[in-house]
Write a protein that binds this ligand. Sequence first.
Ligand SMILES: O=P(O)(O)OC[C@H]1O[C@](O)(CO)[C@@H](O)[C@@H]1O
Length: 547
Amino acid sequence: MTALTQSPAWQNLAALAEKIKTQHMRDMFAADPQRANKYTQAACGIELDFSKNLITDEVMSALQSLTTDCQVAEKRDAMFAGEIINQTEQRAVLHTALRNFSGKPVMVDGEDVMPEVLACQRKIEDFVAKVHSAELTGYTGKPLKEIVAIGIGGSFLGPKIMSEALKPYWFKGVKVHYVANVDGCHIQDVLASVDHEETLVVMSSKSFGTQETLQNTLTAKAWFLKAGGKQEDIAKHFIAVSSNIKAATEFGMAEDNIFPMWDWVGGRYSLWSAIGLPVALTIGYDNYRALLQGAFEMDEHFQTAPAEQNLPMILATLGVWYINFFGAQSHVLLPYYHYLRGFPAYVQQLDMESNGKRVSGDKTVTDYETGPVIWGSEGTNGQHSFHQLIHQGTVLIPADFMLPLNVPNQDDTHHAMLASNCFGQTQALMQGKTFDECSADLASKGLSDDELESLATHKTMPGNKPSNTFLFDKLDPKTLGSLIALYEHKVFVQGAIWGVNSFDQWGVELGKELGNQVLDKLVNTDAELNFDTSTNQLIAKFRQANS
Ligand SMILES: O=P(O)(O)OC[C@H]1O[C@](O)(CO)[C@@H](O)[C@@H]1O
Protein backbone atom coordinates (compact mmCIF):
# COMPACT_ATOMS: atom_id res chain seq x y z
CA MET A 1 0.00 0.00 0.00
CA THR A 2 1.14 3.57 -0.63
CA ALA A 3 1.45 6.12 2.15
CA LEU A 4 -1.75 7.80 0.94
CA THR A 5 -3.97 4.73 1.11
CA GLN A 6 -2.47 3.79 4.44
CA SER A 7 -3.01 7.22 5.96
CA PRO A 8 -5.54 7.61 8.80
CA ALA A 9 -7.48 10.22 6.79
CA TRP A 10 -7.86 7.80 3.85
CA GLN A 11 -8.81 4.89 6.09
CA ASN A 12 -11.36 7.04 7.89
CA LEU A 13 -12.93 8.07 4.56
CA ALA A 14 -13.07 4.43 3.45
CA ALA A 15 -15.02 3.56 6.63
CA LEU A 16 -17.34 6.55 6.23
CA ALA A 17 -18.06 5.59 2.64
CA GLU A 18 -19.21 2.12 3.70
CA LYS A 19 -21.50 3.71 6.27
CA ILE A 20 -23.02 6.27 3.93
CA LYS A 21 -23.68 3.70 1.19
CA THR A 22 -26.48 2.40 3.41
CA GLN A 23 -28.17 5.81 3.55
CA HIS A 24 -30.31 7.74 1.07
CA MET A 25 -30.09 11.44 0.26
CA ARG A 26 -33.86 11.67 0.35
CA ASP A 27 -33.74 10.85 4.06
CA MET A 28 -30.89 13.28 4.60
CA PHE A 29 -32.98 16.10 3.10
CA ALA A 30 -36.03 15.05 5.08
CA ALA A 31 -34.05 14.96 8.33
CA ASP A 32 -32.42 18.36 7.92
CA PRO A 33 -34.41 21.33 6.58
CA GLN A 34 -31.15 23.34 6.58
CA ARG A 35 -29.30 20.89 4.32
CA ALA A 36 -29.50 22.95 1.10
CA ASN A 37 -28.46 26.10 2.87
CA LYS A 38 -25.70 24.38 4.80
CA TYR A 39 -24.13 22.89 1.70
CA THR A 40 -24.25 25.95 -0.53
CA GLN A 41 -21.28 28.26 -0.90
CA ALA A 42 -20.74 31.25 -3.14
CA ALA A 43 -17.71 33.14 -4.41
CA CYS A 44 -16.88 35.40 -7.36
CA GLY A 45 -20.46 35.43 -8.65
CA ILE A 46 -20.72 31.63 -8.63
CA GLU A 47 -23.07 29.86 -6.27
CA LEU A 48 -22.40 26.17 -5.73
CA ASP A 49 -25.18 24.02 -4.28
CA PHE A 50 -23.49 20.76 -3.33
CA SER A 51 -26.24 19.53 -1.01
CA LYS A 52 -27.25 16.77 -3.44
CA ASN A 53 -24.10 14.80 -2.62
CA LEU A 54 -23.60 11.74 -0.45
CA ILE A 55 -22.14 13.77 2.36
CA THR A 56 -22.56 14.59 6.03
CA ASP A 57 -20.65 17.05 8.20
CA GLU A 58 -18.47 14.14 9.26
CA VAL A 59 -17.61 13.34 5.64
CA MET A 60 -16.84 16.97 4.79
CA SER A 61 -14.56 17.30 7.74
CA ALA A 62 -12.81 14.01 6.90
CA LEU A 63 -12.26 15.26 3.34
CA GLN A 64 -10.76 18.45 4.75
CA SER A 65 -8.43 16.36 6.93
CA LEU A 66 -7.28 14.57 3.79
CA THR A 67 -6.33 17.90 2.20
CA THR A 68 -4.45 18.87 5.34
CA ASP A 69 -2.57 15.55 5.43
CA CYS A 70 -1.73 15.89 1.74
CA GLN A 71 -0.44 19.42 2.34
CA VAL A 72 -2.67 20.88 -0.33
CA ALA A 73 -2.42 24.42 1.06
CA GLU A 74 1.38 24.23 1.15
CA LYS A 75 1.49 22.90 -2.42
CA ARG A 76 -0.90 25.65 -3.55
CA ASP A 77 1.31 28.31 -1.95
CA ALA A 78 4.36 26.81 -3.65
CA MET A 79 2.62 27.10 -7.02
CA PHE A 80 1.66 30.75 -6.51
CA ALA A 81 5.19 31.50 -5.26
CA GLY A 82 6.76 30.30 -8.51
CA GLU A 83 8.50 27.23 -7.10
CA ILE A 84 9.53 24.51 -9.55
CA ILE A 85 6.50 22.30 -8.91
CA ASN A 86 6.55 20.72 -12.38
CA GLN A 87 9.43 18.48 -11.38
CA THR A 88 9.65 16.29 -14.47
CA GLU A 89 10.09 19.33 -16.71
CA GLN A 90 11.84 21.45 -14.08
CA ARG A 91 9.42 24.34 -14.50
CA ALA A 92 7.46 26.74 -12.37
CA VAL A 93 3.69 26.78 -12.94
CA LEU A 94 2.55 30.36 -13.09
CA HIS A 95 -0.52 30.86 -15.23
CA THR A 96 -1.77 32.77 -12.18
CA ALA A 97 0.85 35.46 -12.88
CA LEU A 98 -0.92 36.18 -16.16
CA ARG A 99 -3.97 37.42 -14.24
CA ASN A 100 -2.19 38.88 -11.25
CA PHE A 101 -3.85 42.21 -10.47
CA SER A 102 -2.41 42.40 -6.96
CA GLY A 103 0.37 44.74 -7.97
CA LYS A 104 2.80 42.36 -6.25
CA PRO A 105 5.81 40.86 -8.02
CA VAL A 106 5.91 37.20 -9.06
CA MET A 107 9.41 35.82 -8.95
CA VAL A 108 10.82 33.10 -11.21
CA ASP A 109 14.50 32.28 -10.80
CA GLY A 110 14.97 35.49 -8.81
CA GLU A 111 13.34 37.70 -11.45
CA ASP A 112 9.97 39.43 -11.35
CA VAL A 113 7.98 38.27 -14.39
CA MET A 114 5.23 40.87 -13.98
CA PRO A 115 6.84 43.64 -16.11
CA GLU A 116 6.96 41.25 -19.09
CA VAL A 117 3.40 40.05 -18.45
CA LEU A 118 2.05 43.59 -18.27
CA ALA A 119 3.99 44.62 -21.38
CA CYS A 120 2.39 41.72 -23.25
CA GLN A 121 -1.08 42.76 -22.05
CA ARG A 122 -0.43 46.31 -23.29
CA LYS A 123 0.69 44.89 -26.63
CA ILE A 124 -2.55 42.88 -26.89
CA GLU A 125 -4.63 45.95 -25.95
CA ASP A 126 -2.88 48.09 -28.52
CA PHE A 127 -3.17 45.47 -31.25
CA VAL A 128 -6.87 44.84 -30.62
CA ALA A 129 -7.61 48.59 -30.66
CA LYS A 130 -5.78 48.95 -33.97
CA VAL A 131 -7.63 46.04 -35.59
CA HIS A 132 -11.02 47.20 -34.30
CA SER A 133 -10.46 50.79 -35.43
CA ALA A 134 -9.08 49.60 -38.77
CA GLU A 135 -5.83 51.42 -38.12
CA LEU A 136 -4.31 48.08 -39.02
CA THR A 137 -5.67 46.79 -42.30
CA GLY A 138 -4.96 44.09 -44.84
CA TYR A 139 -2.61 44.67 -47.75
CA THR A 140 -5.32 46.20 -49.93
CA GLY A 141 -6.46 48.57 -47.16
CA LYS A 142 -9.55 46.59 -46.16
CA PRO A 143 -10.33 46.17 -42.42
CA LEU A 144 -9.34 42.83 -40.89
CA LYS A 145 -12.77 41.35 -40.22
CA GLU A 146 -12.09 37.64 -40.29
CA ILE A 147 -9.79 36.19 -37.66
CA VAL A 148 -8.62 32.66 -38.42
CA ALA A 149 -7.18 31.37 -35.14
CA ILE A 150 -5.01 28.29 -35.66
CA GLY A 151 -3.83 26.22 -32.69
CA ILE A 152 -4.56 22.92 -30.97
CA GLY A 153 -4.98 21.58 -27.43
CA GLY A 154 -4.48 24.37 -24.95
CA SER A 155 -3.79 26.79 -27.79
CA PHE A 156 -7.32 26.16 -29.04
CA LEU A 157 -9.84 24.80 -26.53
CA GLY A 158 -9.63 27.57 -23.94
CA PRO A 159 -9.79 30.51 -26.36
CA LYS A 160 -12.53 28.79 -28.37
CA ILE A 161 -14.85 28.28 -25.42
CA MET A 162 -14.18 31.78 -24.12
CA SER A 163 -15.19 33.26 -27.47
CA GLU A 164 -18.23 31.00 -27.77
CA ALA A 165 -19.43 31.53 -24.21
CA LEU A 166 -19.23 35.30 -24.53
CA LYS A 167 -21.28 35.65 -27.69
CA PRO A 168 -23.47 38.40 -26.16
CA TYR A 169 -20.26 40.47 -25.79
CA TRP A 170 -18.91 40.08 -29.32
CA PHE A 171 -17.40 43.12 -31.00
CA LYS A 172 -19.46 43.79 -34.08
CA GLY A 173 -17.55 43.68 -37.30
CA VAL A 174 -15.08 40.94 -36.40
CA LYS A 175 -15.66 37.23 -36.71
CA VAL A 176 -13.35 34.55 -35.30
CA HIS A 177 -12.93 31.08 -36.76
CA TYR A 178 -10.98 28.51 -34.73
CA VAL A 179 -9.16 25.70 -36.52
CA ALA A 180 -7.32 22.88 -34.76
CA ASN A 181 -7.49 19.54 -36.55
CA VAL A 182 -4.89 18.63 -39.15
CA ASP A 183 -7.77 17.09 -41.13
CA GLY A 184 -7.64 19.43 -44.11
CA CYS A 185 -11.43 19.59 -44.35
CA HIS A 186 -11.63 22.08 -41.53
CA ILE A 187 -9.08 24.66 -42.65
CA GLN A 188 -10.35 24.39 -46.22
CA ASP A 189 -13.94 25.02 -45.14
CA VAL A 190 -12.91 28.04 -43.12
CA LEU A 191 -10.69 29.52 -45.82
CA ALA A 192 -13.45 29.04 -48.37
CA SER A 193 -15.73 31.18 -46.22
CA VAL A 194 -13.46 34.23 -45.85
CA ASP A 195 -11.96 36.92 -48.08
CA HIS A 196 -8.14 36.81 -47.96
CA GLU A 197 -7.94 40.61 -48.09
CA GLU A 198 -9.88 40.83 -44.82
CA THR A 199 -8.30 37.88 -43.04
CA LEU A 200 -5.91 37.88 -40.13
CA VAL A 201 -4.37 34.51 -39.31
CA VAL A 202 -3.36 34.14 -35.66
CA MET A 203 -1.08 31.15 -35.31
CA SER A 204 -0.98 30.04 -31.68
CA SER A 205 1.66 27.54 -30.71
CA LYS A 206 3.76 27.75 -27.60
CA SER A 207 6.37 25.46 -29.14
CA PHE A 208 5.89 26.52 -32.78
CA GLY A 209 6.51 22.85 -33.46
CA THR A 210 3.08 21.27 -33.30
CA GLN A 211 2.41 19.42 -36.54
CA GLU A 212 -1.29 20.30 -36.87
CA THR A 213 -0.79 24.00 -36.25
CA LEU A 214 2.22 24.33 -38.54
CA GLN A 215 0.52 22.49 -41.39
CA ASN A 216 -2.73 24.46 -41.10
CA THR A 217 -0.76 27.73 -41.10
CA LEU A 218 1.22 26.63 -44.16
CA THR A 219 -2.04 25.78 -45.92
CA ALA A 220 -3.44 29.21 -45.01
CA LYS A 221 -0.26 30.86 -46.31
CA ALA A 222 -0.47 28.98 -49.61
CA TRP A 223 -4.15 29.97 -49.91
CA PHE A 224 -3.29 33.63 -49.24
CA LEU A 225 -0.55 33.69 -51.88
CA LYS A 226 -2.73 31.89 -54.41
CA ALA A 227 -5.55 34.37 -53.82
CA GLY A 228 -3.34 37.30 -54.83
CA GLY A 229 -1.32 38.22 -51.74
CA LYS A 230 2.43 38.60 -52.13
CA GLN A 231 5.18 37.30 -49.87
CA GLU A 232 5.77 40.85 -48.58
CA ASP A 233 2.07 41.11 -47.61
CA ILE A 234 2.28 38.10 -45.28
CA ALA A 235 3.30 40.19 -42.29
CA LYS A 236 0.03 42.14 -42.49
CA HIS A 237 -2.07 38.99 -42.43
CA PHE A 238 -0.16 36.46 -40.32
CA ILE A 239 0.80 36.89 -36.69
CA ALA A 240 1.93 34.40 -34.06
CA VAL A 241 1.73 33.71 -30.36
CA SER A 242 4.73 31.61 -29.38
CA SER A 243 7.66 31.25 -27.05
CA ASN A 244 9.74 30.16 -30.04
CA ILE A 245 10.43 33.54 -31.65
CA LYS A 246 13.23 32.17 -33.81
CA ALA A 247 10.97 29.60 -35.50
CA ALA A 248 8.17 32.14 -35.92
CA THR A 249 10.40 34.69 -37.66
CA GLU A 250 11.88 31.98 -39.86
CA PHE A 251 8.30 31.14 -40.87
CA GLY A 252 7.87 34.73 -42.12
CA MET A 253 6.16 36.49 -39.21
CA ALA A 254 7.25 40.05 -38.47
CA GLU A 255 9.05 40.08 -35.12
CA ASP A 256 6.78 42.89 -33.94
CA ASN A 257 3.78 40.67 -34.57
CA ILE A 258 4.94 37.81 -32.40
CA PHE A 259 3.30 37.75 -29.00
CA PRO A 260 5.37 36.08 -26.30
CA MET A 261 4.77 33.04 -24.11
CA TRP A 262 6.82 31.66 -21.33
CA ASP A 263 8.14 28.33 -20.17
CA TRP A 264 6.30 28.67 -16.89
CA VAL A 265 2.90 28.55 -18.59
CA GLY A 266 1.67 25.07 -19.52
CA GLY A 267 -0.24 24.60 -22.78
CA ARG A 268 -3.59 23.84 -21.16
CA TYR A 269 -3.18 26.82 -18.81
CA SER A 270 -2.11 29.24 -21.53
CA LEU A 271 -5.50 30.79 -22.31
CA TRP A 272 -4.63 33.67 -19.97
CA SER A 273 -1.53 34.56 -21.99
CA ALA A 274 -1.46 36.04 -25.48
CA ILE A 275 -2.94 32.69 -26.57
CA GLY A 276 -6.13 34.54 -25.60
CA LEU A 277 -5.51 37.18 -28.29
CA PRO A 278 -8.29 35.84 -30.55
CA VAL A 279 -10.62 36.16 -27.54
CA ALA A 280 -9.60 39.79 -27.03
CA LEU A 281 -10.24 40.37 -30.74
CA THR A 282 -13.68 38.76 -30.36
CA ILE A 283 -14.91 40.63 -27.29
CA GLY A 284 -12.70 43.73 -27.08
CA TYR A 285 -9.93 44.40 -24.60
CA ASP A 286 -12.09 45.66 -21.70
CA ASN A 287 -14.13 42.47 -21.67
CA TYR A 288 -10.95 40.42 -22.04
CA ARG A 289 -9.48 42.21 -19.03
CA ALA A 290 -12.65 41.42 -17.07
CA LEU A 291 -12.08 37.72 -17.85
CA LEU A 292 -8.60 37.93 -16.36
CA GLN A 293 -9.98 39.85 -13.39
CA GLY A 294 -12.53 37.10 -12.74
CA ALA A 295 -9.78 34.49 -12.74
CA PHE A 296 -7.68 36.64 -10.40
CA GLU A 297 -10.59 36.90 -7.95
CA MET A 298 -10.92 33.10 -7.95
CA ASP A 299 -7.16 32.85 -7.30
CA GLU A 300 -7.62 35.10 -4.26
CA HIS A 301 -10.57 33.03 -3.07
CA PHE A 302 -8.62 29.79 -3.51
CA GLN A 303 -5.72 31.16 -1.50
CA THR A 304 -7.65 32.75 1.33
CA ALA A 305 -11.07 31.12 1.86
CA PRO A 306 -11.27 28.55 4.67
CA ALA A 307 -11.49 24.98 3.40
CA GLU A 308 -15.21 24.62 4.19
CA GLN A 309 -16.01 27.66 2.02
CA ASN A 310 -13.33 27.16 -0.58
CA LEU A 311 -15.01 26.24 -3.87
CA PRO A 312 -12.02 24.54 -5.53
CA MET A 313 -11.34 22.53 -2.35
CA ILE A 314 -14.99 21.49 -2.03
CA LEU A 315 -15.30 20.45 -5.68
CA ALA A 316 -11.99 18.62 -5.70
CA THR A 317 -12.59 16.66 -2.51
CA LEU A 318 -16.07 15.65 -3.61
CA GLY A 319 -14.48 14.31 -6.78
CA VAL A 320 -11.91 12.34 -4.78
CA TRP A 321 -14.73 11.03 -2.54
CA TYR A 322 -16.53 9.42 -5.47
CA ILE A 323 -13.46 8.34 -7.47
CA ASN A 324 -11.55 6.74 -4.64
CA PHE A 325 -14.29 5.53 -2.32
CA PHE A 326 -17.28 4.82 -4.61
CA GLY A 327 -15.47 3.63 -7.74
CA ALA A 328 -16.68 6.47 -9.98
CA GLN A 329 -14.61 6.55 -13.15
CA SER A 330 -16.12 9.49 -14.92
CA HIS A 331 -17.57 12.90 -14.23
CA VAL A 332 -20.13 14.58 -16.43
CA LEU A 333 -20.41 18.34 -17.06
CA LEU A 334 -23.80 19.65 -18.06
CA PRO A 335 -23.95 23.33 -18.91
CA TYR A 336 -27.55 24.46 -19.33
CA TYR A 337 -26.51 27.33 -21.55
CA HIS A 338 -25.98 26.90 -25.27
CA TYR A 339 -23.03 29.30 -25.41
CA LEU A 340 -21.23 27.26 -22.76
CA ARG A 341 -21.60 24.07 -24.80
CA GLY A 342 -17.85 23.75 -25.36
CA PHE A 343 -17.04 23.78 -21.66
CA PRO A 344 -16.97 19.96 -21.21
CA ALA A 345 -14.42 19.62 -24.03
CA TYR A 346 -12.28 22.34 -22.48
CA VAL A 347 -12.36 20.75 -18.99
CA GLN A 348 -11.67 17.40 -20.63
CA GLN A 349 -8.21 18.55 -21.66
CA LEU A 350 -7.62 20.50 -18.47
CA ASP A 351 -8.47 17.57 -16.22
CA MET A 352 -7.48 14.51 -18.23
CA GLU A 353 -4.16 15.88 -19.53
CA SER A 354 -3.33 17.11 -16.02
CA ASN A 355 -4.38 14.21 -13.82
CA GLY A 356 -4.36 11.30 -16.23
CA LYS A 357 -1.26 10.06 -14.40
CA ARG A 358 -0.18 6.93 -12.52
CA VAL A 359 2.98 7.94 -10.69
CA SER A 360 2.93 9.77 -7.43
CA GLY A 361 5.79 11.81 -6.00
CA ASP A 362 9.17 10.66 -7.14
CA LYS A 363 8.41 7.26 -8.61
CA THR A 364 5.65 5.47 -6.72
CA VAL A 365 3.10 3.80 -8.95
CA THR A 366 -0.27 4.59 -7.39
CA ASP A 367 -2.49 1.89 -5.90
CA TYR A 368 -5.52 4.17 -6.18
CA GLU A 369 -7.46 5.74 -9.04
CA THR A 370 -6.55 9.23 -10.24
CA GLY A 371 -8.13 11.49 -12.88
CA PRO A 372 -11.61 10.54 -14.11
CA VAL A 373 -12.97 10.54 -17.65
CA ILE A 374 -14.51 13.99 -18.19
CA TRP A 375 -17.35 14.27 -20.62
CA GLY A 376 -20.70 15.96 -21.15
CA SER A 377 -22.69 18.26 -23.36
CA GLU A 378 -25.19 21.07 -23.19
CA GLY A 379 -28.52 20.57 -21.48
CA THR A 380 -31.21 19.77 -22.33
CA ASN A 381 -29.87 17.73 -25.26
CA GLY A 382 -28.24 15.04 -23.10
CA GLN A 383 -31.54 14.42 -21.29
CA HIS A 384 -32.83 12.83 -24.45
CA SER A 385 -29.84 10.57 -24.77
CA PHE A 386 -27.19 9.67 -22.20
CA HIS A 387 -28.95 10.83 -19.02
CA GLN A 388 -30.76 7.49 -19.05
CA LEU A 389 -27.55 5.74 -18.01
CA ILE A 390 -26.88 8.29 -15.28
CA HIS A 391 -30.37 7.69 -13.85
CA GLN A 392 -30.63 3.91 -14.10
CA GLY A 393 -27.32 2.49 -15.30
CA THR A 394 -24.98 0.46 -13.12
CA VAL A 395 -22.11 2.96 -12.93
CA LEU A 396 -21.95 6.00 -10.69
CA ILE A 397 -21.45 9.26 -12.58
CA PRO A 398 -21.26 12.43 -10.49
CA ALA A 399 -22.57 15.43 -12.42
CA ASP A 400 -21.97 19.19 -12.49
CA PHE A 401 -25.01 21.13 -13.67
CA MET A 402 -24.56 24.82 -14.50
CA LEU A 403 -27.07 27.51 -15.33
CA PRO A 404 -27.01 31.29 -15.72
CA LEU A 405 -30.08 32.81 -14.03
CA ASN A 406 -30.23 35.61 -16.57
CA VAL A 407 -29.39 35.41 -20.23
CA PRO A 408 -29.18 38.52 -22.43
CA ASN A 409 -31.93 38.69 -25.05
CA GLN A 410 -33.38 35.37 -23.96
CA ASP A 411 -37.00 34.52 -24.45
CA ASP A 412 -38.48 34.03 -20.93
CA THR A 413 -40.41 30.91 -21.85
CA HIS A 414 -37.34 29.18 -23.23
CA HIS A 415 -35.27 30.16 -20.23
CA ALA A 416 -37.85 28.94 -17.70
CA MET A 417 -38.08 25.62 -19.55
CA LEU A 418 -34.30 25.31 -19.59
CA ALA A 419 -34.06 26.04 -15.86
CA SER A 420 -36.90 23.66 -15.01
CA ASN A 421 -35.13 20.85 -16.83
CA CYS A 422 -31.86 21.58 -15.10
CA PHE A 423 -33.38 21.63 -11.62
CA GLY A 424 -35.70 18.70 -12.40
CA GLN A 425 -32.76 16.54 -13.44
CA THR A 426 -30.80 17.13 -10.24
CA GLN A 427 -33.96 16.40 -8.27
CA ALA A 428 -34.64 13.16 -10.15
CA LEU A 429 -31.04 11.99 -9.76
CA MET A 430 -31.16 12.64 -6.03
CA GLN A 431 -34.57 11.28 -5.12
CA GLY A 432 -35.13 8.63 -7.78
CA LYS A 433 -38.48 6.87 -7.81
CA THR A 434 -39.22 3.91 -5.53
CA PHE A 435 -40.87 0.67 -6.52
CA ASP A 436 -43.91 1.62 -4.40
CA GLU A 437 -44.23 5.00 -6.08
CA CYS A 438 -44.00 3.38 -9.51
CA SER A 439 -46.57 0.72 -8.50
CA ALA A 440 -49.00 3.31 -7.20
CA ASP A 441 -48.71 5.28 -10.46
CA LEU A 442 -49.35 2.16 -12.52
CA ALA A 443 -52.21 0.98 -10.33
CA SER A 444 -53.94 4.32 -10.84
CA LYS A 445 -53.74 3.61 -14.59
CA GLY A 446 -55.58 0.29 -14.09
CA LEU A 447 -52.71 -2.21 -14.62
CA SER A 448 -53.11 -5.74 -13.24
CA ASP A 449 -50.90 -6.85 -10.34
CA ASP A 450 -48.75 -9.04 -12.61
CA GLU A 451 -48.19 -6.37 -15.25
CA LEU A 452 -47.65 -3.83 -12.58
CA GLU A 453 -44.89 -5.68 -10.77
CA SER A 454 -42.78 -6.21 -13.84
CA LEU A 455 -43.18 -2.69 -15.17
CA ALA A 456 -42.66 -1.11 -11.76
CA THR A 457 -39.35 -2.97 -11.45
CA HIS A 458 -38.18 -1.49 -14.76
CA LYS A 459 -39.38 1.97 -13.84
CA THR A 460 -37.81 2.04 -10.38
CA MET A 461 -34.99 4.52 -10.10
CA PRO A 462 -32.61 4.16 -7.18
CA GLY A 463 -31.75 7.86 -6.97
CA ASN A 464 -28.95 8.77 -4.55
CA LYS A 465 -26.95 9.99 -7.55
CA PRO A 466 -24.70 12.92 -6.69
CA SER A 467 -24.72 16.27 -8.44
CA ASN A 468 -23.48 19.82 -7.97
CA THR A 469 -25.47 22.78 -9.25
CA PHE A 470 -23.72 26.00 -10.24
CA LEU A 471 -25.78 29.15 -10.62
CA PHE A 472 -24.50 32.46 -11.97
CA ASP A 473 -26.44 35.68 -12.20
CA LYS A 474 -25.26 35.88 -15.79
CA LEU A 475 -22.27 34.45 -17.59
CA ASP A 476 -20.40 37.70 -18.17
CA PRO A 477 -16.64 37.80 -18.89
CA LYS A 478 -15.71 38.14 -15.22
CA THR A 479 -17.84 35.20 -14.10
CA LEU A 480 -16.51 33.05 -16.93
CA GLY A 481 -12.95 33.88 -15.85
CA SER A 482 -13.80 32.81 -12.30
CA LEU A 483 -15.50 29.62 -13.48
CA ILE A 484 -12.52 28.52 -15.58
CA ALA A 485 -10.07 29.30 -12.77
CA LEU A 486 -12.30 27.35 -10.37
CA TYR A 487 -11.92 24.20 -12.47
CA GLU A 488 -8.18 24.80 -12.88
CA HIS A 489 -7.81 24.89 -9.11
CA LYS A 490 -10.09 21.90 -8.62
CA VAL A 491 -7.76 19.91 -10.86
CA PHE A 492 -4.78 21.26 -8.94
CA VAL A 493 -6.20 20.18 -5.57
CA GLN A 494 -6.97 16.69 -6.85
CA GLY A 495 -3.46 16.36 -8.29
CA ALA A 496 -2.04 17.52 -4.95
CA ILE A 497 -4.07 14.90 -3.07
CA TRP A 498 -3.03 12.11 -5.44
CA GLY A 499 0.55 13.37 -5.48
CA VAL A 500 0.77 13.35 -9.29
CA ASN A 501 2.46 15.97 -11.45
CA SER A 502 -0.53 17.76 -13.00
CA PHE A 503 1.68 19.76 -15.36
CA ASP A 504 3.44 17.34 -17.70
CA GLN A 505 1.93 15.13 -20.45
CA TRP A 506 4.32 12.36 -21.44
CA GLY A 507 1.59 10.17 -22.91
CA VAL A 508 0.66 12.91 -25.36
CA GLU A 509 4.32 13.39 -26.26
CA LEU A 510 4.68 9.68 -27.11
CA GLY A 511 1.70 9.96 -29.46
CA LYS A 512 3.38 12.87 -31.26
CA GLU A 513 6.67 10.99 -31.56
CA LEU A 514 5.14 7.81 -32.99
CA GLY A 515 2.85 9.82 -35.28
CA ASN A 516 5.92 11.45 -36.81
CA GLN A 517 7.65 8.09 -37.33
CA VAL A 518 4.55 6.75 -39.08
CA LEU A 519 4.25 9.89 -41.22
CA ASP A 520 7.77 9.29 -42.43
CA LYS A 521 6.72 5.82 -43.66
CA LEU A 522 3.60 7.19 -45.34
CA VAL A 523 5.51 9.87 -47.19
CA ASN A 524 8.58 7.74 -48.05
CA THR A 525 6.73 4.92 -49.64
CA ASP A 526 9.86 2.85 -50.24
CA ALA A 527 10.90 2.89 -46.60
CA GLU A 528 10.98 -0.49 -44.90
CA LEU A 529 8.03 -1.20 -42.59
CA ASN A 530 9.53 -2.31 -39.31
CA PHE A 531 6.76 -1.71 -36.78
CA ASP A 532 4.40 -4.33 -35.34
CA THR A 533 2.47 -6.30 -37.96
CA SER A 534 -0.80 -4.46 -37.33
CA THR A 535 0.74 -1.01 -37.82
CA ASN A 536 2.70 -2.24 -40.85
CA GLN A 537 -0.53 -3.58 -42.36
CA LEU A 538 -2.37 -0.28 -41.82
CA ILE A 539 0.44 1.70 -43.41
CA ALA A 540 0.61 -0.70 -46.36
CA LYS A 541 -3.12 -0.26 -46.99
CA PHE A 542 -2.80 3.52 -46.90
CA ARG A 543 0.16 3.41 -49.30
CA GLN A 544 -1.78 1.19 -51.67
CA ALA A 545 -4.88 3.41 -51.59
CA ASN A 546 -2.79 6.50 -52.28
CA SER A 547 -0.38 5.10 -54.88
O1 LIG B 1 0.95 25.35 -28.15
P1 LIG B 1 1.60 24.13 -28.74
O2 LIG B 1 3.05 24.07 -28.42
O3 LIG B 1 1.37 24.06 -30.23
O4 LIG B 1 0.97 22.85 -28.09
C1 LIG B 1 -0.40 22.57 -28.20
C2 LIG B 1 -0.86 21.53 -27.22
O5 LIG B 1 -0.10 20.37 -27.31
C3 LIG B 1 0.04 19.78 -26.04
O6 LIG B 1 1.36 19.89 -25.65
C4 LIG B 1 -0.30 18.37 -26.05
O7 LIG B 1 -0.70 17.92 -27.30
C5 LIG B 1 -0.87 20.57 -25.13
O8 LIG B 1 -0.52 20.53 -23.82
C6 LIG B 1 -0.78 21.90 -25.76
O9 LIG B 1 -1.81 22.68 -25.32
